[in-house]
Design a protein around this ligand. Structure first.
Ligand SMILES: [Zn+2]
Length: 474
């Protein structure tokens, strides 16, 4: 039975005094997980009850209402490791190893609502942008498991409010994780995001863009002023493209700022600036203009004010790189015109609009070449018409093998379209055309969309029509 006194929170000094130890020893116990603490703001706090349990030689107390061994065995089987420790710590570590083994970006632990069985919980992994269930288990194990993760992430195990935390899992290769705990009507859930080690940024060459896109981008970057926008849905690699382009221009002779929230990437000759709290993006942008910049990367065009400012900065002889949420280059352009309310400003300031998608890359070990099945003929009918795909034409198909965890795909690749501002396009835009009218004009000029780039990649055996269909905006 816990008394009120057990729930008392102690400061680190009080905790050290209670355990009659030294600060370095206390830190060691804390780091190794033998003592459970939680962070309140920047300060560590400790429950008296947890310290007393430690004094009695017991670890942080987390009870499991049902046997956890079957879950440990299940994870061990997926990992091909029969030596996995059976307790909560072993299961937690096993789950993280599972995420790493699948190269997942996120791991989701949540209660599951089903008509048949109200007692299930699920582990789902997001791999290459796709979320998929990995295993199901007894929902009664979820609270103690989350309590253990709260302990790892230095969160309050007794609180049911939304909480965030971060920690490094020790191991052969240490891995960093960010945890987000969220209460729901079914119970509490947890999202874990893997934080990959800071790697050097991808270069334009590594993006393997089609030649026409490379040339258009190169030309716009060399002009040294104007606005370059990349667009696409969330998770289409826009930020990666922006930083790759930024690396091309960043140089000792060029004052370059990257305004991003949060600022996460660092490159030589690029000054990363984060938007201070309580300050608008446009306010920070105005301050940056006082710092004599040549090139600006604006992480996001959040509001009409930022759009106006970005266009104005571009028009006054600066190179501005930014991104916009839009499903095509044409729609991105029209959104800019809508937001700024000035066709003239947009057609003069904008040099190039990119639009992109990420598709999954076929696993080279198991892909096959086969004509489309009758079902696929129907499912991909717009593509069959568009590219006049013959019923006998062999196309690459995803299968699945141990090398790709039976997914048929490994890694991702970017498909891109590039729409440079031209005299003809400028003229057309001044007539306030619809998106369809611009599309028709571009089609007449045989302008290649990102789907044409994708079709090239399908023919080269790099991805599938199914992937194009998944990311296409029909
Ligand atoms: Zn494979």
């Amino acid at each position: 039975m816990e008394t009120l006194n057990d729930q008392e929170l102690l400061s680190m000094e009080d905790a050290i005094a209670r355990l009659k130890t030294t600060r370095p020893t206390f830190y060691r116990w804390l780091r190794s997980g033998r003592i459970q603490g939680l962070k309140v703001g920047r300060q560590w706090r400790f429950y008296a009850a947890d310290l007393d349990r430690f004094l009695k030689g017991e670890g942080p107390r987390v009870d499991t209402p049902v046997d956890i061994a079957p879950l440990a065995a299940q994870i061990g089987q997926l990992l091909g490791d029969t030596s996995l420790a059976a307790g909560l710590a072993g299961v937690a570590q096993g789950l993280l190893r599972l995420a790493l083994a699948h190269q997942a970006s996120d791991l989701h632990l949540e209660p599951l609502y089903t008509d048949q069985d109200a007692h299930q919980a699920v582990v789902r992994l997001r791999v290459e942008g796709m979320l998929q269930p990995s295993l199901y288990f007894d929902r009664r194990l979820l609270p103690p498991l989350l309590a253990h993760f709260k302990h790892l992430a230095a969160c309050d195990p007794h609180s049911q409010s939304p909480q965030d935390g971060q920690w490094v899992m020790e191991g052969e290769v240490p891995s960093e994780w960010r945890a987000h705990f969220l209460p729901s009507l079914l119970g509490e859930s947890l999202t874990l995001r893997y934080l990959p080690p800071k790697a050097p940024g991808v270069t334009l060459a590594q993006l393997h863009l089609p030649e026409s896109v490379v040339q258009a981008l190169d030309k716009s970057l060399k002009q040294g002023w104007g606005l370059i926008v990349t667009s696409g849905p969330t998770g289409s690699g826009k930020t990666t493209t922006l930083y790759a382009a930024l690396q091309e221009v960043a140089a000792p002779s060029c004052k370059t700022f990257a305004l991003e929230d949060p600022a996460e990437r660092y490159f030589p000759w690029v000054i990363p600036v984060q938007n201070p709290p309580e300050t608008s993006f446009s306010q920070t942008l105005r301050q940056l203009m006082q710092a004599d910049p040549d090139v600006l990367m604006i992480g996001e065009l959040r509001d009409p004010e930022t759009v106006d400012l970005a266009l104005r900065i571009a028009l006054t002889g600066h190179l501005v790189l930014t991104q916009l949420h839009a499903e095509s280059a044409v729609k991105a352009l029209l959104r800019l015109i809508d937001t700024s309310d000035s066709v003239y400003t947009v057609t003069e300031a904008v040099k190039l609009v990119l639009n992109q998608r990420l598709v999954r890359r076929l696993c080279p070990a198991c892909k096959t070449w086969e004509p489309l099945s009758p079902d696929q003929q129907v499912a991909f009918a717009p593509f069959v018409t568009r590219w006049q795909i013959a019923p006998t034409q062999a196309l690459p198909q995803a299968q699945g093998c141990p090398a790709c965890a039976q997914q048929g795909y490994r890694g991702r690749l970017q498909i891109t379209e590039a729409l440079p501002m031209s005299g003809a396009l400028r003229q057309l835009l001044h007539q306030h055309p619809s998106a369809e009218a611009i599309d028709a004009h571009l089609q007449a000029e045989q302008w290649p969309t990102y789907l044409e780039d994708g079709w090239e990649r399908v023919q080269a055996g790099e991805t599938t029509l199914a992937e194009l269909a998944r990311v296409a905006a029909f």
